[in-house]
Structures are given as structure tokens and as C-alpha cells.
Design a protein around this ligand. Structure first.
Ligand SMILES: O=C(O)CCC(=O)C(=O)O
Ligand SMILES: [Fe+2]
Length: 221
């Protein structure tokens, strides 16, 4: 995939506190994550298109682990889906998050201090997209760790003030890590498009794109 991206495929600080690390997950880790996501997608709360407060539905499909996200709220159960409690957040996923933060920031202490307690697993088919938004339903300034598997997408990473320019378009390919924290924690970001057919079916994902974001909700227990 090198050579056709919008940025070189090297570790890049896209904005202060926002770091792209290409090819961070190896092939085996990608396969294992796809298998875990498939299991979470089945239940106890199935993957679904999130309903928006004004009546629309997101084109992306989402399943949550640890805490259930819906616009403006985290809860342990999923009142907008089937009322069940979401799957527990596994210790290995928190450990993966700590490694991600340590590597992205080249800061072992920042990694060790990271305690994510929720993951949002998004599946994009070839026509799905996500508009510019801030991740601000968490009550913690801890970084967001984003992992991508499957088809490459254009990830638009902007600034905390406006949903418009200045922003940078980054190609997130299978295995890529993107961490945003510090001055970029509340930057607007979105996924204008997925590039169909760019993923490797050896990940276990025949088509489409998976994205996991690990976050710290800041909510009690
Ligand atoms: O799919 C992505 O890369 C970003 C997902 C995202 O911004 C979110 O779930 O809030
Ligand atoms: Fe987001």
C-alpha cells in the first residue's frame, strides 16, 4: 500500500497528541481481533446501526464492549437495542491499549497509566461513512486508541474548534494504530470514505472495514 497514500506510511504526528502508527498490529493480532469482534457482534447485545436522536441511523454498524455507547450516554445495558448488559471489557484489550499508547507516544509511563474501560467496534461496509464529530461523551481526558482492520479508509483528523479546516486526511490501512489525546483529544474527526477491495481477506474479514476505539469513560465501576 505504500506510495499511494495521502501521507507517507511512517509514524507521523498528525497534530499535537495525535499519532498515526502504520502496520502496528501484526497479521495474527488482526485475525484474533476479527474473531473477537465477530463474537461480540453476535451478542449479548448484537451489532446494529445506532439510532440518532433526530431519527436518523448511522451507516456504520456498532457493538460495544465494557460500556454501551449511544449518542450522549454510556450505560452498562443497551436500552436502545435489547436491554441486555454488554460484554465485559477483557483485560487483554486494556493491555493492548497500554501498549498502543506507550508506542504511539514513545512514553512507557503514559502507556502504563492508561486504563480504558470501553471499546466501540465499528463495521463499515463499502458505502458507510462517519461525519465529523468529537468523542466527548467520556468524562476523562485519557487518549482514544483507534485500531483499523480490513479495507483502508480516509480518516479526516481536524482540530478541536471547528468541524471544518484545518484538517489532515490520513489513510488508515489494516493494522494501523491512531492515538489521539492531549491537545487533540477533542479534535473533530470522521471517515469520509472507505476504499473497497483494499483489505486482505487473510484477516478473516472478506470485505469492509473494522475499527475499534478504546476509551476511558471516567464512569464509576
Ligand atoms: O472508524 C474510525 O476510524 C473512527 C471511528 C470514530 O470516530 C468513532 O467511533 O467515534
Ligand atoms: Fe470518533
Amino acid at each position: 500500500m505504500s506510495g499511494d497514500g495521502l501521507l507517507p506510511r511512517e509514524r507521523t504526528e498528525v497534530a499535537p497528541g495525535a499519532v498515526h502508527v502504520p502496520d502496528w498490529l501484526g497479521p495474527m493480532e488482526q485475525r484474533e481481533l476479527v474473531a473477537s469482534c465477530r463474537a461480540w457482534a453476535r451478542g449479548p447485545v448484537p451489532m446494529r446501526h445506532t439510532r440518532l436522536p433526530r431519527g436518523g441511523v448511522m451507516s456504520v454498524q456498532t457493538v460495544c464492549v465494557g460500556w454501551h455507547w449511544r449518542p450522549y450516554a454510556y450505560s452498562r445495558t443497551a436500552p436502545d437495542v435489547n436491554g441486555e448488559r454488554v460484554a465485559a471489557f477483557p483485560p487483554w484489550l486494556a493491555e493492548l491499549g497500554r501498549r498502543a499508547v506507550a508506542d504511539a507516544y514513545d512514553d512507557p509511563a503514559a502507556g502504563a497509566a492508561y486504563e480504558p474501560d470501553t471499546a466501540l467496534v465499528n463495521f463499515y461496509d463499502s458505502s458507510a461513512a462517519m461525519g465529523m464529530h468529537q468523542d466527548k461523551d467520556e468524562r476523562s481526558d485519557a487518549p482514544v486508541v483507534s485500531l483499523s482492520i480490513g479495507d483502508t479508509c480516509v480518516f479526516r483528523f481536524g482540530n478541536p474548534e471547528t468541524r471544518t479546516k484545518p484538517y489532515t486526511d490520513v489513510r488508515l490501512a489494516s493494522g494501523d494504530l491512531f492515538v489521539f489525546g492531549g491537545p487533540s483529544r477533542y479534535a473533530f474527526h470522521g471517515v469520509p470514505k472507505v476504499l473497497p477491495g483494499t483489505g486482505d481477506p487473510a484477516t478473516g474479514l472478506a470485505a469492509g472495514r473494522l475499527n475499534l476505539t478504546l476509551r476511558t469513560t471516567g464512569l464509576p465501576g
